[in-house]
Write a protein that binds this ligand. Structure first.
Ligand code: TEU
Ligand code: CA
Length: 549
């Protein structure tokens, strides 16, 4: 049996991965063609973001038909071939399930709009507080009020995301039944697991105005969330221990995650939480420019590491996904220490307690593209906020600076396969521009270079397989207040591991509580190490993993 604690997951955003028919959009056949590349990295699972029928307002997170492959991505035969070819290589597919909302083009919503009472109750329709005033003052995560008025019905429907993403009514048992059927269908098609999109938002609490925030307190980790997850688990994936699940938990709490990802397996295998990726926000406000808070980053990661372990609950650990800027641009140093900092960041995450996720291109050290024109941005959230920021009085230049740092498109540029035009992603015109640095940041070059970021990630994946201490060991933060070093110790059955990382570009000497010369160096990002007794001198972004039996 594959143990998800010893596994590593590789996330693929098919639209930007590899295009096989020259239409500028990546496709499922593109994933099939690149399976050997993924195999080379050594990962166990691929998480595929949505490829179902969708108008693509939110790149597939707006699903109009859960049972069919969008022709832009291929056919059901392509999916089946992909599942079979992956299996041959010992790789399993985790499918992305979006059940907080559907596209407004979904048949259910279309029937609801026509006033069909059965389907109206699939969604959350409410009367306005008074003519012209939405039911609550909640804000959509993509900007503006979260309710949309439908004249024919004289009612509003809830959309926590885009106006074309209508929230489903999980209170309705019929909706929960539909969801179960969809999951069973994909298990039948060979899914090896699931990632559940914003799944902690499905249980809406009271519909009240929020005078202190944007409304999230009323629907995040809502009153029936654990009940719904247990029901789903029992009715579908819970019957097969081989199926691994991860829930995307928006603005969640540790207390809830102990249950979402508890050892009893009654809900999910593990959770994504995002608090550690808000350290360059102002509170919950992401559309600002502030330097990242290193102390906060460590405090949050360690808090989650230690407390989830105490409660025997399991984390997904990650820096990157299709909603986050590239980590080497965010916390590393692309200009002077691109390679060193990308490797260091990989090590920090992969030696933690939890299942690591690698987002396509992260293993190459791909960077933010630095777009300078709004036409280059495709993401609905980025485009909305570009407008909203200027409505608030920011200059266009300022709005661009913010997008360059925070836009979700930073991670959605095409995968950089080689140095040729369009980075070898497509022979046509790519749907989103390729980042210019593909002349040297690309898979072909890094597969050939024994010292590349790719090779470092490959070693990290292998280390988790070779050393049980990484998968099963306890974790203890070290020198947590150190202003530039991110260090921790893992322990397991008498074995010890030190993971010591310089997070900055200045040399620093770090003192351990014991003699480090007795340890073996398992991995580092320099040719040698400077260890003397219990002291280690760390060069810019130096990262060392030490082990003792
Ligand atoms: O994202 C959920 C989510 O709330 C964020 O990641 C969001 O994109 C960000 O906080 C906005 O600042 C999931 C998907 O990963 C994302 O791609 C979808 O757009 C979203 O749900 C809606 O389905
Ligand atoms: Ca294509």
């Amino acid at each position: 049996m594959t143990d998800f604690r010893k596994s590593v997951v590789y996330q693929i955003y098919p639209k930007s991965f590899y295009d096989t028919n020259g239409d500028g959009l990546g496709d499922l056949r593109g994933v099939i063609e690149k399976l050997d590349y993924i195999k080379e990295l050594g990962v166990d699972y691929i998480w595929l973001t949505p490829f179902y029928i969708s108008p693509q307002r939110d790149n597939g997170y707006d699903i109009a038909d859960y049972y069919h492959v969008d022709p832009r991505y291929g056919t059901m035969e392509d999916f089946e071939e992909l599942a079979a070819e992956a299996k041959k290589r010992g790789i399993r597919l985790m499918l992305d399930m979006v059940f907080n909302h559907t596209s407004t083009e979904h048949e259910w919503f279309q029937k609801a709009l026509q006033g069909d009472p059965k389907y109206k109750d699939y969604y959350i329709f409410k009367k306005g507080k008074e003519p012209g005033v939405p039911p609550t003052n909640w804000e959509s995560k993509f900007g503006g009020n979260a309710w949309e008025y439908v004249e024919d019905l004289d009612e509003y429907y809830l959309h926590l995301f885009d106006v074309t993403q209508a929230d489903l009514n999980w209170e309705n048992p019929q909706v929960r039944k539909e969801v179960q059927e969809i999951i069973k269908f994909w298990i039948g098609k060979g899914a090896g697991g699931f990632r559940f999109d914003v799944v902690n938002l499905i249980s809406k609490g009271e519909f009240k105005d929020d005078y202190e925030g944007d409304g999230r307190r009323f629907y995040t980790d809502g009153p029936k969330i654990h009940e719904y997850l247990r029901e789903l688990n029992e009715a579908t994936f819970g019957t097969d221990a081989e199926l691994v699940t991860v829930g995307e938990m928006s603005s969640t709490t540790l207390e809830n995650c102990y249950h979402y990802a508890g050892e009893d397996g009654k809900e999910l295998s593990m959770v994504f939480s995002f608090h550690h990726l808000k350290v360059d926000f102002m509170g919950n406000e992401k559309w600002v420019i502030v330097p990242f808070d290193f102390q906060k980053l460590k405090d949050i990661i360690f808090d989650w590491q230690v407390k989830m372990a105490e409660h025997k609950a399991w984390n997904a650990v990650f820096w990157c996904n299709h909603d986050q800027p590239r980590v080497v641009s965010r916390f590393g140093n692309v200009k002077n220490y691109w390679k060193e900092s990308a490797k260091m960041l990989g090590t920090v995450v992969h030696c933690l307690r939890g299942t690591p996720y690698i987002y396509q291109g992260e293993e190459l050290g791909m960077t933010n593209p630095g777009f300078t024109r709004i036409e280059q941005y495709k993401d609905v959230e980025s485009r909305n906020h570009f407008r909203i920021l200027q409505e608030k009085g920011l200059s266009e230049e300022n709005a661009y600076q913010i997008l360059q740092i925070h836009s979700r498109d930073n991670s959605r540029t095409p995968m950089q396969w080689d140095e040729t035009k369009n980075a070898g992603f497509t022979t046509g015109d790519p749907w989103i521009e390729v980042t210019k640095n593909h002349s040297y940041i690309n898979a072909k070059a890094e597969l050939e270079d024994p010292d590349s970021i790719f090779q470092h990630y490959k070693k990290l994946v292998q280390l988790r397989k070779d050393y049980d201490i990484i998968a099963y060991g306890d974790i203890e933060p070290l020198d947590q207040k150190n202003p530039s070093v991110f260090a921790y110790r893992r322990t397991y059955q008498g074995e010890e591991m030190y993971v010591i990382n310089n997070f900055y570009g200045k040399e620093v000497t770090w003192k351990a509580d014991k003699d480090l010369t007795e340890f073996c160096v398992l991995l580092s990002n320099y040719q040698d190490t400077m260890i003397h007794g219990n002291q280690v001198t760390l060069r810019p972004y130096e990262s060392i993993v030490l082990h003792k039996k």
